[in-house]
Design a protein around this ligand. Sequence first.
Ligand SMILES: [Zn+2]
Length: 383
Amino acid sequence: MWLTSKFFLTSIVFFSLKFEILAQVSALGINPELTTNQRDHRIKEVCSLLTSYFANNESHDRYKLWNSNDLVRLAVPDIYLSYFCASEKYSSTCSFKPYLLQINRVDATTYSAIISFSKASPSFISIAGIVEIIVVDLKGTFKISNTLLFSLKKNKWRQVTIGNVIFNLSPRVLFDEKQASSLIEFDTKISKIFGLRPITISYISTADFAEMQKIRGMHFDLDAVQGGAAQTDFDNNIIYVSNGRLDYFHEVVHIYYFQNYKKTNCYNQFWSEALATYWGGSMEQTLDWHIKQIRRAREFNDSYNFHDLENLKSIDSLPMTNMSYVIGALLCKGIFKKLGDQNGLHKILLVNDMDQTYKLIENVLGVKKNKLGEYLRDQISQL
Ligand SMILES: [Zn+2]
């Protein structure tokens, strides 16, 4: 599931939330150069494997074509499909056309296939993404392999495991023990508050955005925003950060929120971001920092409208502040103050939609929807 206002995202979340993603993907197109005049006969094998892969609608059939070692490690090895196909911008209106552009030999038994996902209408073609998919020759049997796992191994990334977190560090990132310990400490605290067992998390720390994209084979992403500091792959419990830090708390909260969803089937994007921002800040700034910025902004002091919590309008002078995230976090603060962290959280975790959100606010904080603006103004000026 994608969020709507990409520009302000501190984190982008993606997962294959209950839909069969390949229903929206059509058959694989192939660059004709790849099937003619090839000296390497194995290129044809790679093409036919990928063709079968995209022809399968059911994930269990697709996974038969996958390197079985990857399936032990990853619940959803082909996460790029949900990443592009779950985009709100596209999923409701189009089907994706995958096109195999190029195949490169990486070593004696490995090939790298470059595939674009495009959306076409009679008047235009728009490329949503270009991904690299790895194909391995396992003694004559060709299998698809996960690009992230392959790249981590090939590029010899340093791996440090502490508690339930496996830190994977780019050669350009230094291991900062203090940051790593603070993440573990935070993880322990959060798992207790959620009442969940600590989750095994793979934490991928990269030096910059380009490296973060490349390590998992994202060569081009139409929606990608430079400066988006982190992403979470919920299906596989993988956190990606692009600023080299090892203490990105915001994404850890998302992982526990999603785990809770698997248990209760309750999911609400507004609260997921609200909780993540309450405990982990946003855009590398704390909740208090954002509130102070809002308080000073002219647009807030003129006539800012707080009625639609899910789609709060951005303030032009505050490009770092996602208003829905920050106001949600402020509401968490009010709820936790009234009920305590654990009880407050358990009420929030039962919320499935915005109607229930306004009911919760009214029940716990005693604030009706039409008085929300007044309440929030008051809170913002007090902080
Ligand atoms: Zn987030």
